[in-house]
Design a protein around this ligand. Structure first.
Ligand code: LIP
Length: 270
């Protein structure tokens, strides 16, 4: 499999950049208010579709034995599955805020092996291969050294998939513990920002696999603690997500009733 992983690693980096070009051009030429809603607060733009089509074609033309499970077109989950979010942070994209990314992961038999996140406006490419560390534009990254909630900043994602009551209860617990909580609208990019220390943690009460698998792998490879979803989660269902720097993670795990993956169970090298 080693050779196969290396070939897919090359493709992953290339396709993040080429899809990034499509997304960047779409953002720069977009007209205000040219978006539609798939559901309440669930945005869709033409560029989501164009980016996903490009990524699917790039993967399947080279690896026809793999399957692609994407946000816009769905697809199969098989022994070798690519999870694809063609634009994470679509609401930001649609409203002209330059905070969004492309998020792609490669999963073998439920084990995430490769993860990449690309922010096309800032030209930042986050990447991890299981057991080989995490990088930003080719340089190794690691999570922050934050050790106390009172001096830590975390991000909490939101969607209509979770009730307002549950969301507010969790938010209240985090704030009462002393944490500063922000929300910037791209869960995948928020996970990347835990990996490079711009944030000390990220949590969301429900996240889809294409939004979280690449970021969870990148945080784990950057020395952070991550929730069990990385290893046991159902790619089709999504789940409760947590990733944080080691000294902040236990507080968040307790407050949010989200179990962390014991470090000894973090999958080995691929
Ligand atoms: C959304 C994320 C958002 C997160 C939601 C959702 P989309 O993805 O950007 O931050 O909280 O769960 O996944 O719709 O922009 O791809």
């Amino acid at each position: 499999m080693e050779e196969g992983v290396l070939a897919r690693e090359v493709l992953l980096r290339q396709v993040l950049l080429s899809a990034g070009q499509i997304v960047r051009e779409g953002f720069l030429r977009r007209d205000a208010n040219t978006y539609s809603l798939k559901g309440p607060q669930d945005y869709l733009t033409e560029t989501d579709a164009a980016s996903e089509l490009h990524i699917r074609q790039a993967i399947l033309s080279q690896f026809s034995e793999d399957s692609v499970f994407g946000e816009e077109e769905g697809g199969e989950v098989s022994a070798q599955t690519w999870v694809v979010d063609p634009i994470d942070g679509t609401a930001n994209f649609a409203r002209g805020l330059p905070h969004f990314c492309i998020s792609i992961g490669f999963v073998v038999d439920r084990n995430p092996i490769l993860g990449g996140i690309y922010s096309p406006i800032t030209n930042e490419l986050y990447y991890a291969r299981r057991g080989h560390g995490a990088s930003l534009n080719g340089k190794a990254i690691s999570v922050s050294g934050a050790d106390l909630p009172e001096s830590a900043t975390v991000e909490m994602g939101w969607s209509t998939r979770v009730s307002t009551e549950t969301y507010l209860e969790s938010m209240e617990g985090l704030l009462n513990s002393g944490l500063n909580v922000r929300r910037c609208g791209s869960g995948a990019l928020a996970l990347a920002h835990v990996a490079d220390g711009r944030s000390d943690g990220y949590c969301e009460l429900h996240m889809n696999s294409w939004d979280c698998i690449p970021g969870l792998l990148i945080v784990s490879e950057a020395g952070g603690e991550v929730c069990e979803y990385l290893q046991t989660g159902d790619l089709r269902e999504g789940g409760r997500i947590l990733a944080a720097t080691p000294k902040i993670a236990p507080t968040m795990s307790r407050l949010l009733s989200t179990r962390l993956l014991p470090r000894t169970q973090v999958p080995e090298t691929a």
